[in-house]
Structures are given as C-alpha cells and as structure tokens.
Design a protein around this ligand. Structure first.
Ligand code: NOJ
Length: 739
C-alpha cells in the first residue's frame, strides 16, 4: 500500500489484515468453543432473523436452544438486553447474540442521506457523524451496523442512489473508509463501537435501467477499476463484515458467487471477517434461476462463502441434510461459524457486562454535528445576480412548498430510529431566525406527489405579500431508497405547475430542493433566481438551510453524482471514455426537439446537449475562487518516486469560505482506454477573502494504476494529463510523463 501526503491512497496489494487482525487468544477461544458445539448450534450461529419484534416465550426458548446467532432490526433496548441475558446465561454454551441494524445515516440523530454527506467532501466530519451514530446505536444494544453502502451509482433512476456516495470509485472509497473508522472507533472492544458492514458486494448499483434488484452486467475490468475499489478501501480501513448483494453479477447471483466471495474477497484480499447475505438473498437464488430450490441455494451460498443467512432459513432447514449427503463439508460450516464467533469475541460480547437497557437521545453536540454536515452537504447550483445570500433586512419571506415543514421527508430514506419530533424544519428555523411575523407559510401542495392545486391560491397570496419567495420542493422520503426506482426524474406531482404560477409573479425566488437523487428540473431552475440542493438533510436540515439562505453559512458542497439534463442521457457520468468521435463545445446549444442542421457525426444527441446539467464536482459559493499557477516539480514521474502537482487557490470574493479542490488525471494512451478524467485526490480548504493557499498533491505511479487486459494492475508509461480543478468540467491543465 502506498500513501502520499495523506491525499492519495492506492490499494495494490492484498489487504492482509482486513476484517481485523487475527488475535491469537481469540483464535484459541474460537477453536475451543467450536470444538464443543453441536451441528445445530453451529447452524444456529449462521442464522439471522427479524423474528424478535416482541420477545415472546417461544423466541426466548429458541435463544436458549441456540437457534439464532443474530437478530436484525428487531426488539426494544430492553428486549435486546433480556435476549442477550438469556443467550449468555441460559443457553448451553453462553454464546452471545449480535444485534444488527440499518444505521445508514445516523441512529437517533439523523445526518444527511449518504449521497448528501458525500457532497461535503469532508471525510473527517463524516467519520464523526458515524461515530455519533455508533454511540447512539450501541447505547440501545446494537453492535452491528449495515453500512457503509459503497455501491457505485451512475443511474439516478435507482432509488438507492440516495444511500450511495455517488459515481466515483475513489471518493466512494474515502467515504466508506471514513464511516468504517467512525463506526469501529479505535477498537471494536470499546462498547460504543459497532461493527461496520460494507455492502452490497457487488455491482448492486449497476442494476439495469436503474430498476432495483435488477441484473448487473459488468465486465471484469470495469468491476475491478470502478465497482470494487470502494469495497477494498473500506475493508482496508478495517470493516469487520461484508454483505452480499441481491443481484446477479454477469448472470451469477452475488450471494452464490465464488468469484466474488472466494477468488476476490477471501483469496485476493484475504478478508477474514464475516460475510452476511442480504435479506433472503440466499433463497432468492431460486427465482434468479440459479439454484434449483432452497436446499440447493443453501449449498450454493455456503460453498461461495456466505457465513450468515439473513432472514430466509435455508441454512437452518437444509445444511444438516446437505452435510449428511456430502454436498457441503464440515470444514465449510466450521469456517463460517469461526468467522461469526470471531466477530463476537472481537466486539467483547462474550466478556463485557450486558449494558442496562438505555435510550439514545439527540444531544446539543449531535445536533451541532448534524447541522454542520447538513450545511456542508448542501450544493448551490444556481445563484443568478447573487440573489443569495438574502439580506437579514428582508422584510418578509413567503415559505412555500411541500417540503418546507415535513420532518419525515426531511430525514430521508432508511430512518428506523430518527424521530420527527427531533427534526427542525426550514419553516421552524426561519420563524425562529426572522420572527413569526416575517414568515408567511403556505405549502401550496400537501406532499411532493400531490396534484391537488387547491392550495395554490393561498401560496400565491403569500408570495404576493412577501419580498422574497422560498420554494421548498423535492421528493418525499418514500420516493427514494430501496425499491423506489423512478423512470421519470422530474419534480413529482404538481410542483412544476406551482413554480410556474409563482414565477409569473416575478418576485425574487429561491428553490430549495430536498431529494434523494438528482432530478431533472431545468424548467424550474430557469424560473428561479437561485437553487440550493439540500438532499434529505436530516434532523438539523432546517437550521442549516436557514443559515445558508441568509449567509450565516456559505455553501461549500459539491456534487458527487452527475445531474443529467434529461432522463434520456442516463447513464451519464464524468469518468466516461472519449469515444473515437467526441463531441466538442462547438456542438453545444442545439435547440431541444429540433434535429441539428447539419448534425456532425460525433457522439452526442440531436435533441439535447451532450453535456450534463451539472457536472460531477460542481457547486457554487457566495465567494469566487481563482485557480492559478499549476506547477509540477518535475516533467517526469520517476520510477518508484512521486511527482508534486501544485496550484494556487485564491479567494477573490468578499466572504470567507471553503473550497473543494479536486485532482484529476488522464493517461493519454493506455492499453485499455481510460476515462477522460479520473479523480485521484481532493482537499477541502478554508480561505479568507483575498487569501491564497497552495494546494499540493503528490502522485506516485501506483496512484495512476488501472487494470490491463490480463487483469493486472499496471501503471503504464506515457503521457498523463492532469487537472487541478473546481469540478470535473473545468480546471488548470498540465501534463507529465511516466517513465
Ligand atoms: C435489504 C437491504 O438491501 C440491505 O441494505 C439491508 O441492510 C437489509 N435489507 C436489512 O434491512
């Protein structure tokens, strides 16, 4: 592994210690325990259930009998403590349970959705948020969190893009590693740590047509260069567990996929942690058309290397008879059980006192952190005539739209423990900031999908009476997340019509959009002066938005996913190949709906620009930054050495602000064509007005490597273009040669 100046990390070699170092004393305890276990007890450890919704007598009895190794998303803190007491003190071998849960972007304190968090480009802050989530979850008896999700997502139709860090492999790796560090802390033994579960291995985000659970077809080279690196980075950070994906990958279900689980995960990466299937993904191998029946599915999953089966019961029902028939082996079962017991020992579950049941709560510190992350996640997409920030002396504002005061929607997808009463909405925050009298509220629409226009008149009245209109638009919580794919990416319901009518009043108007994915909203964007993209910002989204609108904070988020102009451009992402006939800037501006005359024979559309609406890495500020003086310390990158690339970034405006400086490279010739640009590093810097900072990236050959046609990771000699840039579409360009 090569590190350079803390910026670029390269994962060339196997991550020998991933899943945690093998601790000799733990291994001895695992072996000693395994030697005493019956086959039923072993299979029990390999079974995870949701059945503990209420801790009935029959579940208690099953726990005593060692029927379950783990429960997910179940029980109250008191039930979990009692179930653990029974497992530890009343089961034959005293093997503790492990309680897993979907702690996706916060536990009780809800942080922005992961796609929003990633837009902060602030791994240290993301790590602190994950630490807070771990502390809250562990307070309630949860020691295993099913996150980070590091599926590369290049299709906004896919509802789970909300849960992903976006489209870029390097950034997703940095993001995943930050969450792993936050969850697992200094040691898993610390009872405020939770084991991370990197998911969904692999290719889940490449679901065809963005339809959830759909097949993924990914050539191995793309798999290795794009889809796997974030997993490798998260495991290198120590992720203790991994979840398999629902989908087939190149025709083979990820949950029964020996190439993924044996060759790559255990073989190449030497992962020693626990592998859990996704929810019923073992038995879903039957409808996939891969396993003949549930018995066959159990055999496929175990043979591939799935240690624990989530929810379905194929292991419980069939492993015994499969073993008797010689279709699975005892060493296979023992290996799986070892991987599970090791996790429980590493977490201290065998040894620590069972914590008394307690309730997590939102604290002033967790609120401050949630507000900071919501602030840093918001992306300013448009600010015509510097409409924002609004002056504190604005006499009155109209607060309009279905997402101005909707706590549940503001929290976003995958919230099991966040509570609406903890949420501070934009409406509440603006009333607090400006005083009730200066805020006129009329939602216009009941929710984002509503087509009932009966609230329009009141909204128009409020707008007419105000100096500034704040339109809170977007998607409800339930429009993104699992099984929430969309074929249209427009603002749902009658929101566009609401904007049309408000815009006709010609008032200064700002759109604040909360959504779980990129949307296509060019008509709306053209009708308002400013657009602030807030994602689903979580518990403290309201105060974060209010502060940003009124300049108490300055936007600094940048997109980690490309925003298309229209759904027909999807998939569209910055790190594409050039083609033999790339379109040029001269071909921009083709009128919508009219075939260009004459249309050149280049790679573009004849009815819409080939460029995205907003590129990856893009985000505006209330100040301006000037990039200058790109310099390389040497024209060549010497073998075994590093090259330093620097640029000066100056704050040329009048506000102190943060800027996310990005480094991209492109090998001009390669044995396998490479993306036009690929992110290799970034830095978030703070600059006072007039201040200049030099940002330096050190690049080694290893940082430039990609897979060749033989699947070797290679850094090929030749010329490399580089950019130090504010986003993926601009920047200072230079070049060097790798000898
Ligand atoms: C299915 C989801 O795909 C996965 O991400 C989640 O952790 C499990 N269900 C458990 O809820």
């Amino acid at each position: 592994m090569i590190r350079s100046a803390g910026i670029l990390t390269f994962f060339l070699c196997a991550i020998r210690l991933s899943g945690g170092p093998r601790d000799g004393s733990i291994e001895q305890r695992v072996d000693a325990l395994l030697a005493r276990m019956t086959l039923d007890e072993k299979i029990g450890q390999m079974s995870q259930s949701t059945a503990m919704n209420t801790l009935t007598d029959s579940i208690k009895q099953e726990i005593r009998q060692g029927r379950w190794g783990s429960f997910l998303n179940a029980g109250s803190p008191a039930d979990r403590a009692e179930a653990q007491r029974i497992a530890r003190h009343e089961s034959r071998l005293g093997i503790p349970l492990i309680f897993g849960r979907d702690v996706i972007h916060g536990y009780r304190t809800i942080f922005p959705i992961p796609l929003g968090q990633a837009a902060s480009w602030d791994p240290a802050l993301i790590e602190r948020a994950a630490r807070t989530a771990a502390t809250e979850a562990s307070t309630e008896g949860i020691r295993w969190a099913f996150a980070p999700m590091v599926d590369i997502a290049r299709d906004p139709r896919w509802g789970r893009i909300a849960e992903s860090p976006g489209e870029d492999p390097y950034l997703a790796g940095v993001f995943g590693a930050a969450i792993v560090r936050g969850f697992q802390g200094r040691s898993l033994l610390d009872n405020s740590s939770v084991a991370a579960c990197v998911k969904h291995f692999a290719g889940y985000g490449a679901a065809e047509a963005g339809r959830d659970y759909n097949s993924a077809w990914i050539p191995e080279i793309l798999l290795r260069d794009v889809y796997l690196p974030p997993f490798q980075a998260s495991l290198a950070a120590g992720a203790a567990t991994l979840m398999t994906a629902f989908n087939t990958l190149n025709g083979v279900p990820a949950t029964g996929n020996p190439f993924l689980l044996r060759t790559i995960l255990r073989g190449e990466w030497k992962f020693q942690g626990t592998v859990v299937s996704d929810y019923e993904a073992v038995t879903e191998m039957v409808p996939h058309g891969y396993a003949a029946d549930n018995r066959d599915a159990a055999r496929e999953a175990l043979s591939a290397g799935v240690d624990m089966e989530m929810v379905s019961a194929a292991y419980h029902d069939y492993l015994k008879s499969l073993l008797a028939a010689g279709q699975v082996t005892l060493p296979q079962i023992d290996d799986a059980v070892r991987n599970i017991l090791r996790l429980k020992f590493r977490l201290g579950l065998f040894d620590q006192k069972i914590p008394a049941p307690a309730q997590a709560s939102v604290t002033p510190q967790s609120r401050a952190l949630a507000q900071q992350l919501a602030t840093e996640s918001a992306v300013l997409l448009k600010n015509a005539g510097n409409l924002l920030p609004l002056s504190a002396s604005v006499h009155s504002v109209a607060v309009i739209g279905p997402l101005a005061n909707s706590p549940i929607d503001q929290m976003g997808t995958w919230v099991m423990d966040g509570r609406p009463e903890d949420v501070q909405t934009p409406l509440a925050a603006l009333r607090r900031m400006l005083g009730e009298a200066r805020v006129r509220y009329a939602p216009g629409l009941k929710n984002s999908r509503s087509v009932d226009r009966s609230g329009f008149a009141a909204a128009l009245d409020a707008a007419r009476a105000a100096d500034v209109v704040l339109l809170f638009l977007g998607e409800e919580q339930i429009l993104s997340g699992e099984a929430r794919s969309r074929a249209f990416l427009n603002l749902p319901g009658a929101q566009t019509q609401l904007v049309d009518e408000i815009a006709a009043l010609k008032k200064p108007t700002v759109a604040i959009i909360q959504a779980g994915r990129p949307l296509t909203f060019d008509r709306t964007a053209s009708q308002v002066g400013a657009v602030l993209w807030a994602w689903h910002p979580g518990t403290m989204g309201g105060p974060a938005i209010a502060d940003l609108l009124f300049g108490r904070a300055v936007p600094s988020g940048k997109l980690t996913v490309t925003f298309p102009r229209t759904v027909g451009q999807v998939p569209i992402y910055y790190a594409h190949l050039n083609t033999g006939r790339p379109a040029s800037a001269a071909e921009l501006g083709i009128p919508m709906g009219t075939p260009a005359e004459p249309a050149g024979y280049t790679s573009k559309y004849i009815d819409v620009d080939f460029t995205p609406e907003y590129p990856f890495g893009f985000g505006l500020s209330y100040t301006t930054f000037e990039y200058s003086n790109l310099r390389l310390n040497h024209p060549e990158l010497p073998t075994g050495g590093a090259i330093s690339l620097s640029a000066d970034i100056r704050n040329t405006g009048s506000r102190a602000a943060d800027e996310v400086v990005q480094l991209y490279v492109h090998p001009v010739t390669a044995s396998v064509a490479q993306p036009v640009r690929l992110l290799k590093g970034f830095r978030r810097i703070s600059l006072h007005p007039g201040e200049t900072q030099t940002v330096t990236f050190n690049v080694t050959a290893a940082d430039l490597a990609y897979h060749d046609q033989q699947m070797h990771l290679v850094a090929e000699p030749g010329r490399y273009q580089v950019w130090i840039a504010p986003d993926s579409a601009r920047g200072l360009e230079g070049a060097f040669t790798l000898r």
